[in-house]
Ligand binder design. Sequence first.
Ligand code: CP
Length: 305
Amino acid sequence: MKHILSSLQFKKEDLEKILKRASVMEGQCKSGKIKKLLEDKIIACIFFEPSTRTRLSFEAAALKLGAKVISAENAMESSSAFKGENIGDTTRILCSYADVVVIRHPQAGVVEAVAKISTKPMINAGDGANQHPSQALLDLYTIKKEHGRLSNLQIAFGGDLLNSRTMRSLVPLLAFYLKNKFYFVSPKELAISREFRNYLTKNKISFEETSNLEKILSKVDVLYMTRVQKERFASSRTYEKVKDLFILKNAHLKFLKKNAIIMHALPKVNEIEADVDLDSRATYFRQAQNGLYVRMALFLYVFGL
Ligand code: CP
């Protein structure tokens, strides 16, 4: 049984397999000739935190492959969690109805914990500020598609790096490839955690930290912006203090390389000026579209097809 819990679980050959399959899925979607390989499967999606892209693209991916979908959105309110049911019991029940369970939860580590008692594959669709492995895979697919390579890249992450599960999930995947260098650009209040810094050092991953966006713009092939994660702050006062400290402006674009790409997992709020959307280097809507193909590939990977 294959769970998808963390990007740290993958070997390089898994990545190559999933990316290749995602490309086949993209081809099938575009030609309208999709092999309905999951016709006998039921996919359960239960989301205890809000989502647009992740839940709907997992569901669309399942439907495209012929599976049936059962779904609980806003599950803190709309599932029996509201009545006090614990996540372990909920998982046991979902496993008796579905062939795979896709779950998002605000608490870091919860999906990994319930996977231990699960009788069906579990897919972590984001657990707190910890991991978002399917996002990391679609980001990898996007970079490969846009740049034609996954090595020899200068990659900057900007914004709320303290709380970004997206950044934390993608870096280990890009670290498989040679000569990649990372820049972590943020106000000091939102800088990478000590634990993540130790991970980078221990794994000999080349990186620099700075708060100066202008300084690194001309160097990077990928600028990955992140949202200030309001829901992870202990108080709204702390959030208000930092929420507008780091914004990519239209005026910044002249410093970026012509073939650089601007990524964002979305939703974006105020961290990218609206005009930036019109620049051909703004990749985030294409990136979200790629989520469909990658999640189709992930279902096939989980079922060993
Ligand atoms: N990228 C992402 O996880 O988006 P949603 O929160 O809309 O699912």
